[in-house]
Ligand binder design. Structure first.
Ligand code: NAI
Length: 332
């Protein structure tokens, strides 16, 4: 049995977490959950956004599944997600986007994996505000080390999963400094992976290509802000944030997470779709080498998604979160 830290999160987090727990129990997945929360819920209850007991649990287990966490816009606390990524150097944000039978989309054959640098760039936290001059600066700090690490992670993934091509998305034509490093890193790292073809695309063209011919992409790697935007764009290509998985991976720790938010508009009503969190949990099983269990649950999920009556409202069905989970369990 492996112990995994479970962070239910805010809003719909607890409901979708319960669904995943029930499915894992039914599939006899050999893991034990260690539940520790973070975010608005712990802030309201104990005045702490990221309790010390959560940090201790993460340090002990080095693997976690996380629900969505509310972040106030503009003022208030710094994003818990960003803090965890930076504290544990979870530099790879990995976001697969694959079309699924049963989930209606404009495209039929999208199958790509996006690697977003997760700790630096415009999210480095280097922000200045000069009240007198009325000037705001947000500095994109990109490092050679950071670029090599994310590019290497993308090429290693391509090699391991028999994928043929890595595309580097950038804006080096305008950002002569912060934009060029990832390209230089790709030129060097690609030499270690001669069987993987690579190309670069300027970010604006990349967006246009993605929304018109997404099937041409295989593995994509980019810096933090571009990756943040592209990853949701790619989610939109395959059915939206409710059905895609995500992971934050470093050298010593991995946190798998639902990529959507805490959905306060539907929280507590049994309307939430647990697919995104479930798929992230399946990525976690793959990461742990539990391939058979991951496949078993993925097959049951795919079968369930093909029957609209079994699905939640966002997918055109009428089932509640727990009914949807029960249908997956019946299909195991
Ligand atoms: P959101 O993703 O929570 O909701 C956007 C829309 O999608 C809403 O209509 C919601 O009902 C729907 N939706 C989201 N997940 C769903 C699911 N699993 N099933 C069915 N419908 C779903 O985005 P929003 O409203 O911009 O953010 C709400 C809060 O979540 C904010 O505080 C934001 O900062 C936070 N957030 C947290 C993230 C995380 O923890 N990874 C990611 C994105 C936002």
């Amino acid at each position: 049995m492996t112990t995994v830290t479970l962070i239910p999160g805010d809003g719909i987090g607890p409901e979708i977490t319960e669904a995943v727990k029930a499915i894992f129990e039914a599939a006899q997945v050999p893991i034990t959950w260690e539940e520790e929360n973070a975010g608005q819920t712990t802030f309201d209850a104990m005045g702490e956004l990221i309790p010390a007991s959560l940090i201790a649990s993460l340090e002990r287990n080095c693997i976690a599944l996380k629900g969505p966490i509310t972040t106030p816009v503009g003022k208030g606390f710094k994003s818990v997600n960003v803090q965890l990524r930076q504290k544990f150097d979870l530099y790879s944000n990995v976001r697969p986007a694959k079309t699924t039978a049963g989930v209606k989309t404009r495209f039929e054959n999208v199958d790509l994996v996006l690697f977003r640098e997760n700790t630096e760039g415009l999210y480095a936290g280097l922000e200045l505000w000069d009240e007198r001059l009325g000037i705001a600066d947000s500095i994109a700090r990109v490092t050679v080390d950071g670029c090599y690490k994310i590019v290497r992670a993308a090429f290693q993934y391509a090699q391991k999963h028999n994928r043929k091509k890595v595309t580097v998305a950038h804006k080096a034509n305008i950002l002569k400094q912060a934009g060029r490093l990832i390209l230089e890193a790709a030129a060097q790292v690609s030499k270690e992976f001669p069987e993987v073809v690579w190309e670069d695309k300027i970010i604006d063209n990349m967006c246009m290509q993605l929304v018109s011919k997404p099937e041409q992409f295989d593995v994509v790697v980019t810096t933090n802000l571009f990756g943040d935007i592209l990853s949701d764009l790619c989610a939109g290509l395959v059915g939206g944030l409710g059905v895609v998985s995500g992971a934050n991976i470093g050298d010593d720790m991995a946190i798998f997470e639902a990529v959507h938010g805490s959905a306060p508009d539907i929280a507590g009503q049994g309307l939430a779709n647990p697919t995104a969190l479930l798929r992230s949990a399946l990525m976690m099983l793959e990461h742990m080498g539990l391939h058979d269990k991951a496949k078993l649950i993925e097959n049951a999920l795919e079968k369930t998604l093909q029957d609209k009556d079994c699905c939640t409202r966002d997918l055109g069905g009428k089932a509640s979160t727990s009914e949807f989970a029960q249908h997956i369990i019946s299909n195991l």
